[in-house]
Design a protein around this ligand. Sequence first.
Ligand SMILES: *[C@@H]1O[C@H](CO)[C@@H](O)[C@H](O)[C@H]1NC(C)=O
Ligand SMILES: *[C@@H]1O[C@H](CO)[C@@H](O)[C@H](O)[C@H]1NC(C)=O
Ligand SMILES: *[C@@H]1O[C@H](CO)[C@@H](O)[C@H](O)[C@H]1NC(C)=O
Length: 333
Amino acid sequence: MCSNRSAFGLLLLAWLASVTILGVEAYTTPPPTTANCTTVSTFDAALQECVVQLGIAPERLDQEYNLLLYPADRDTMCLVRCIGVLLRFWNDTTGLREATIRQYYEPAPEDQDYQNRTRSCLAALEPSVTDVCERAHRSFLCYHQHYGYLRKTDRYVPKTPLEMKQIQQDCVDVYGLDPARLNHYQDGQFPEDPETQCFVRCVGLRAGLYTDRDGPNIDRMYIQCESCADETLFRAKAGECIAAQRRHKLSKCTAAYRTLYHCFRDDQLDLYASLTTAAAAATAMTTTTTTKKSTPPNAIPALSVRKPSDRAKLSPDAWQLEIILEGLYNQKY
Ligand SMILES: *[C@@H]1O[C@H](CO)[C@@H](O)[C@H](O)[C@H]1NC(C)=O
Ligand SMILES: *[C@@H]1O[C@H](CO)[C@@H](O)[C@H](O)[C@H]1NC(C)=O
Ligand SMILES: *[C@@H]1O[C@H](CO)[C@@H](O)[C@H](O)[C@H]1NC(C)=O
């Protein structure tokens, strides 16, 4: 299981570099026209596409899948994996992204035990099951059978590093910025000049992680962060920081920069992380599943967010965190 620290770090870095990642245009902007190739953000759309992709008999849709039946045959198991890949709640290496799949299920109001049931179910998935379709299917069923009702509406699909990169490029283009700026940004340098402030806003808007009216979307930031563990603490700390910034009357770009960058950059993450360590044990299922443990921080090759001169002062832990943060900003992995 990854440390809480790294979880926070990932989250933070993820936002700027990955703010662009979030594909949830549904709430803020019209869906991209390339909808068929890239963006599927409802469960049914992913289901439809995967039935076609895998050549599964279409009548199974009405006879089984639309009735919420997902039996343990080969086709169905791989169908579930395909849906998970498209909606990005499944990764063959790291397993289930729980903050992502959770969006598709609505717990019944009277159900007090759905988290415990889901967690026990996931814990019962033996490591000896190595087939990815079978693992995906078993993990999915824990949510499908225990967490709540399937929600058919548009949900947030976390952005990939590639998508984030494209968003950054788009924003440089939109604002006619010197392309060399992208190098600074990808090295984690975001100076407080007007162009950079507007760049940060642009990335936040395009990624669906930010609106001028509401500020950063903390829900999506959390989903975007693959390994952030302590959701309660993350929300509380990020919320505090954003609220403090938003008390000032600022231009649109400055407000975006202050809330997105200042509230989610590395030193802020350090702060969240140190708080998290104490509180983490108490948190619920987000920290517990079979799938969270992978992704060692150093799996993300990246440069430091800080200037090289600062690096010597960092503790080994901070260094780890930095690597994560960098990964988020740079999306070089
Ligand atoms: C996407 O696919 C659907 C059928 O699955 C089709 O009706 C629609 O026209 C396609 N849209 C685009 C933009 O190609
Ligand atoms: C799955 O996770 C691994 C490790 O984080 C990553 O390298 C890989 O790109 C991911 N695969 C997909 C399809 O996202
Ligand atoms: C869920 O599990 C925890 C610990 O395993 C336990 O303390 C708690 O009472 C359980 N909640 C419910 C509603 O059963």
